[in-house]
Design a protein around this ligand. Structure first.
Ligand code: PBG
Length: 321
């Protein structure tokens, strides 16, 4: 007890503080998302996500080359903006679809990068929902079948990790089976397990052109009020064969990350989503905050909560230091 105990003693110098620091974010913990679009020479700025672009495949290759050469970030997450959409997202199951082509180009460029492929239908459906509609509702089992085919295509193109973000029931098991049957039993699944129906996805939907044309995603993504249910989602995905589980968004759900950490022994990914990123950028543009300090504090809090890996649009600038 004070005065014998004085907690300030270990805060007095930078060396002491560094010695007792409990949490450290490294560039290698981070995954940088990219949006790939048709065409060539395209770098279309995303207004609500400053510093992010819709990139054609040639530009994506150059961006990723710069990332792995200059930042220490080794992993990317790919989203596609297709030439054409259809009713079911079947367009994404073709080898000529935008993301499989991008993955092949990255492989041909021999970049040393871990490619995580997001699996979902919302970017590929005319209505913007994450699956196949039957009587105005997203049909779970029809959707799962398309997700399994999309996953197999991404694996064949050369993806390193398959990351389903759709929130259908049973999709991890179906994807695992499709991958195994296709000869990809070694390919890990990063499941978006506890994905909440969140207002923080707003800027992403501009970037990916994936906003639902009617209604919202509350019948498949989770209610932000629930964390017991998040543990059930995580448990289901682990039982179905997920190799990593994700909590998304991150900042308003740090308690969920911590509960998952305390209850399961599996790598945890947190997604520091577009709205979380854009709020920081907007405040910084107004000169209201110290941006670099705030980014470090945010990423540290996510790791401290229990995340092992963080998907973040700040990855590149964090890696540049
Ligand atoms: C696709 C998907 C979304 C995000 C990642 N994958 C959007 C959504 O569910 O509407 C959001 C990512 C972000 O906001 O940064 N289903």
């Amino acid at each position: 007890m004070y005065p014998v105990t004085r907690l300030r003693r270990l805060r007095r110098t930078p060396f002491l503080r560094e010695m007792v620091r409990e949490t450290e974010v490294k560039a290698a913990d981070l995954i940088m998302p990219y949006f790939v679009c048709p065409g060539s020479g395209v770098r279309n700025p995303i207004a609500s996500m400053p510093g992010n672009f819709q990139l054609s495949i040639d530009q994506l290759v150059e961006e990723v080359r710069d990332l792995v050469t200059n930042t220490g970030v080794r992993s990317i997450l790919l989203f596609g903006i297709p030439e054409e959409k259809d009713e079911t997202g079947e367009v994404a199951c073709s080898h000529h679809a935008i993301v499989p082509r991008a993955i092949k180009a990255l492989r041909e460029a021999k970049l040393e990068v871990l490619i995580v492929a997001d699996v979902c239908n919302c970017e590929y459906t005319t209505h913007g929902h994450c699956g196949t509609l039957v009587d105005g509702e997203v049909d779970n089992d029809l959707t799962v079948a398309t997700l399994a085919r999309q996953s197999q295509t991404l694996a064949e193109a050369g993806a390193d990790v398959i990351a389903p973000s759709d929130m259908m029931d049973g999709r991890v098991a179906a994807i695992r089976q499709a991958l195994d049957e296709g000869g990809f039993s070694q390919l890990p699944i990063m499941a978006y397990s506890a994905k909440f129906a969140s207002a923080f996805y707003g800027p992403f939907r501009d970037a990916a052109e994936s906003a639902p044309k009617f209604g919202d995603r509350s019948s498949y993504q989770m209610d932000p009020a629930n964390s017991n249910e998040a543990l059930r989602e995580v448990e289901q995905d682990i039982l179905e064969g997920a190799d990593m589980v994700m909590v998304k968004p991150a900042l308003s759900y740090l308690d969920v990350i911590r509960r998952v950490k305390d209850n399961f022994n599996i790598p945890i990914v947190a997604y520091n989503v577009s709205g979380e990123f854009s709020m920081v950028k907007a405040a910084a543009a107004n000169g209201w905050i110290d941006e670099q300090r705030m980014i470090r504090e945010i990423l540290t809090s996510i790791k401290r909560a229990g995340a092992d890996v963080i998907i973040t649009y700040h990855a590149r600038e964090f890696g540049l230091g």
